[in-house]
Design a protein around this ligand. Structure first.
Ligand code: 9MR
Length: 458
């Protein structure tokens, strides 16, 4: 993201715009004059706890359950990222060729953004859950249909999606290290890179992920995915992240090399994300496995976040195996407590070799915004203040109104350009002394943010 010391738009406004600015500034300044404290002492939810290290904690959401208030209460309280469990899949969004249906996907998207959550898109190209018309296609017609599908769906959700699972489950299980046979694979081995290039063209702001299962440890299948990602990175095929579904049970437990496997992918220069976590079982054994997964993610700096595959056990695709964090009544299970405790244990494994240098412990921060609004655009200045303890790093999250997007940022690194945008400290202004403050700014089109910014300190 480009950084500049002066917001360019501020010097280019016409007299009319200046007049508009003065009025709008007065209104919005009144609305945002209060500094809003966050959050170090509010780390009693999964989302807030994960945010302490700049990560998200998400869940799969089913549109059909958004009328269930127990479901929405737990989901809204605990999670900061949402994946549509089925509603953005190919059969849901293009039931007939070239007839696109976004009703249920949009319900989830608006529930997420309306509640300040980010969205993972799932999934644009997959051998499974294809509509009947696509299942019976092959060759060039199928390739073109895939490109059209990706373009249309990614364009529809453009600006709303943090990351897309562009391609899902394209490798075979077992020891072959081969691609999975499918109608998409039979269109030519380049179908995956074509899918990624198409998605990038349609929504340049979304991170683009490859997502799969049984790739959680080092094995023939994950080695094959690794080789593909390495190849894509070396040839400039746009891939930003790899999703590890992480569906575990006694036959397929959390691998001993889970963290090492995440790390080797991260070392290729991509984010890693745990995308569909669920672990069959109950009690302390299940809790311990959840804890292991969370600690592995926290120990890998490019592990951006964790998504569990449903809210309550009864919402799970394998409900009878009780693999989630809440029971059927929405009560927290031991697995929940273990997950929360692990998230609160710190962003990385603390160094053990030198007891004289404890890991940094930052205080809380607060943030307030001052807006300079004119017709069609704005600049926002965000002040971050430390409390009575120094802050070692910070991240501010705020939600832009619909239609607004960030065009330029200074003194911070922006994640996302519209919807909920996260601004992390630059390397040179991470530390704020006790009682001190720092500022960053951004410029955008549309209407600037008037909602409360949240600030997470580390
Ligand atoms: O949880 C999903 C379930 O409701 C669907 O019936 C199923 C159909 O394929 O897909 C489930 O989600 C899958 C996800 O999309 C991809 N990885 C495996 C998940 C569990 O099967």
């Amino acid at each position: 993201m480009r950084q500049a010391s002066v917001p360019h738009g501020a010097t280019r406004r016409s007299p009319l715009r200046v007049a508009t600015t003065l009025i709008a500034t007065g209104v919005v300044a009144a609305a945002t004059a209060v500094a809003f404290a966050s959050a170090a002492d509010a780390a009693t939810t999964l989302g807030a706890s994960a945010a302490q290290s700049g990560r998200y904690f998400g869940t799969a959401i089913a549109a059909g359950k958004l009328g269930d208030s127990v479901y929405t209460t737990v989901a809204n309280r605990e999670f900061t990222m949402v994946t549509a469990e089925n509603e953005m899949k190919i059969d849901a969004t293009e039931p007939n060729q070239n007839q696109f249906t976004y009703t249920n996907g949009d319900r989830i998207a608006s529930w997420a953004t309306g509640n300040g959550k980010r969205l993972r898109g799932h999934t644009l190209a997959w051998h499974s859950q294809q509509p009947g018309w696509m299942q019976s296609m092959s060759g060039t017609a199928l390739r073109n249909a895939m490109i059209n599908h990706i373009t249309r769906v990614a364009t529809h959700y453009k600006g709303q999606i943090y990351a897309w699972d562009v391609v899902n489950e394209a490798f075979a299980d077992g020891n072959s290290g081969a691609r999975r046979d499918s109608n998409l694979q039979r269109t030519g081995n380049d179908w995956i890179e074509v899918a990624f290039r198409t998605a990038r063209a349609a929504d340049p702001g979304a991170k683009l992920c490859y997502n799969d299962y049984n790739t959680d440890g080092q094995n023939a299948k994950s080695n094959a995915v690794y080789a593909m990602v390495q190849d894509f990175r070396s040839r400039g095929v746009p891939i930003d992240c790899v999703g590890f579904q992480s569906h575990f049970n006694s036959q397929s437990p959390v691998p001993g090399d889970y963290q090492a496997n995440l790390q080797r992918f991260a070392d290729l220069g991509v984010d890693v994300q745990i995308t569909e976590l669920d672990i069959e079982g109950s009690g302390s054994a299940q809790a311990a496995s959840y804890s292991t997964v969370v600690k592995a993610c926290l120990a890998v700096s490019r592990c951006a976040g964790i998504t569990v595959w449903g809210v309550r056990d009864t919402d799970s695709w394998r409900a009878s195996a009780t693999p989630l964090l809440f029971d059927g009544n929405g009560n927290k299970k031991p697995a929940y407590t273990a997950t929360l405790d692990a998230l609160n244990g710190g962003p990385t494994n603390p160094p053990t070799s030198d007891p004289t240098t404890p890991p940094p412990t930052g205080g809380a921060c607060s943030a307030s915004t001052t807006l300079n609004q004119w017709t069609g655009g704005f600049t926002a200045t965000v002040r971050i203040s430390a409390g009575s303890a120094a802050v070692n790093g910070w991240a501010v999250t705020l939600t832009l109104p619909a239609g607004a997007s960030v065009t330029n940022t200074w003194n911070a690194v922006a994640g996302g350009g519209s919807g909920t945008v996260r601004f992390a400290n630059a390397s040179y202004n991470a530390r704020i002394p006790a009682g001190g403050s720092t500022e960053f700014g951004f410029q955008g089109t549309g209407t600037g943010p008037s909602a409360t910014p949240s600030c997470a300190a580390s």
